[in-house]
Design a binder for this molecule. Sequence first.
Ligand code: RFL
Ligand code: PHB
Length: 391
Amino acid sequence: MSKQRTQVAIIGAGPAGLMLARLLTLAKIDVVVLERQSRAYVLGRIRAGLLESGTTDLLREVGCGARLDAEGLVHDSASLNFNGESLEINYLDLVGKSVTIYGQTEVTRDLMEANDASGIACHYEAPVTAIDGLDGARVRLTYLTHGQQHTLDCDYVAGCDGFHGVGRAAIPASVLKTYERIYPFGWLGILADVPPCGHELIYANHPDGFALATMRSNTRTRAYIQVPADARIEDWPDDRFWAEYKHRLGPVSKGVTTGPSIEKSVAPLRSFVAEPMRFGRLFLAGDAAHIVPPTGAKGLNLAASDVRYLSRALIAFYASGDAGLIDTYSETCLKRIWKATRFSWWMTTLLHKFPDPDGFGTAMQRAEFEYLKSSRTAQVSLAENYVGLPI
Ligand code: RFL
Ligand code: PHB
C-alpha cells in the first residue's frame, strides 16, 4: 500500500527531483517522488555532460561522490574555434576553477541508487494528473499507477517535472509571467564509442553552423552540430554527420575518430524563464521553471542550484517554523537563473549561424571573438560564467 501522506511530494525523478529527495531525506524530512516515466527510460535519457564545481560539491555532500571522483574527467580549459582559428580559454588559470565531465545518466544513476539505499519512496510510471489545494492548508496530488487513481496529501509540493510537466501549469495564468526566446535551429547530437578528439571541449563557429566536440569518457565521444529546427534524424546517417562535423571543426578535426553512433537525437534550442517559482505550497525547480540553450552547459547545473536553495528553505522551515527562506525562494533562485540565461543566450549568439541578410550579426560575432582574443578581462568574464557563478 503506497503512502497517502508525506511532508514534501516531489513530482519528477530527473536530476532536480532526485537530488531534492536526497537532500530532504538526509535532513529527516519525509518525501515521496512520483515519476511519469519508467526508471529505465529516465536512466536512458542522454542529455547533459558538464558539471560545475558547485554541482560536484553538492553530489559529494549527499554521498554521491565516489564514482564521480573515480570516473569524472576534470577539465581546466576549453577551446573556442572561429572558422579554424583557435582560442584556448583556460578557466583554471583565469578564475581558479575547473569543471567535470560526468554524464547526466551517471548523476541520475548515482542519485537513484543512493535514494534506494535510504528507502525513499519513488514511484515510476506514476504520472501526476492533478494538484489541488495549493493555496490552502494542505495539498492533494492525484496520480495514476497501472491505470488506478491514487491520492497523496502533503504540506508542500516540488514541481521538478521538467518543461512539459504539470507543476508550472498549476500556477494561475494571472500570476505566472513567462519569457521566451526560440532559436531558429536545433542541435543534432550523437554518442559513439570512439575516443574524443582531444582532452578539451571544442566550441566551433563555422560559416555553415556551430559544432561542439565533447565526451563522456576517454573512450566515448559526444558530438553535436547545429541543424535546422525541423531536421529529421533519418536525414543524418552517421557518415553524413561525421563529414559535416569534421568540416565545421576545421584543422582540429584531424584528431577525430569516427564510428557507429549508439544514440542520435535532435534538441530544439530555447531560452525560457517562468516567474515566480513559488505559488502557495508549490515550488518549481529545474527545467520546470526555466530552459537554457545547451551552449553554456547550464541546465542541469541550474537544477542543482535551485534544489540546494529549496532544500535550505524547507529544512529551515521544518526545523524552526521559520518560513523566511520559503518566502524568498523564488527571488533568490531567479537572480542566479537570469544571469545563467544571459550567459547561455550570449554563448549561443556568439557561436551559431543565424539568418543574417546584411552580415551585421556575423560581423559582431567576429568582433566579439577578436575582443576575446585580445582581452584577458573578457576571457575572465566568459570563464567565471562558464565554471558557474557562486551559489
Ligand atoms: P528533467 O530531467 O526533464 O526531469 C523532469 C522529470 O519529470 C517527469 N515528469 C513527470 N513526473 C510525474 N508526473 C508528471 N505529470 C510529470 N511530468 C514530467 C519527467 O518524466 C522527467 O523525468 O528536469 P530536471 O530534473 O529539471 O533536470 C534538468 C536537466 O535534465 C536539463 O536541464 C539538462 O539536461 C540540460 N542540458 C545540460 N545541462 C547542463 O547543466 N550541462 C550540459 O552539458 C547540458 N547539456 C542539456 C545538454 C540538455 C540537452 N537536451 C537534450 C535538451 C545537452 C542537451 C542536448
Ligand atoms: C555535453 O557534454 O553534452 C555538453 C557539454 C558542454 C555543453 C553542452 C553539452 O556546452
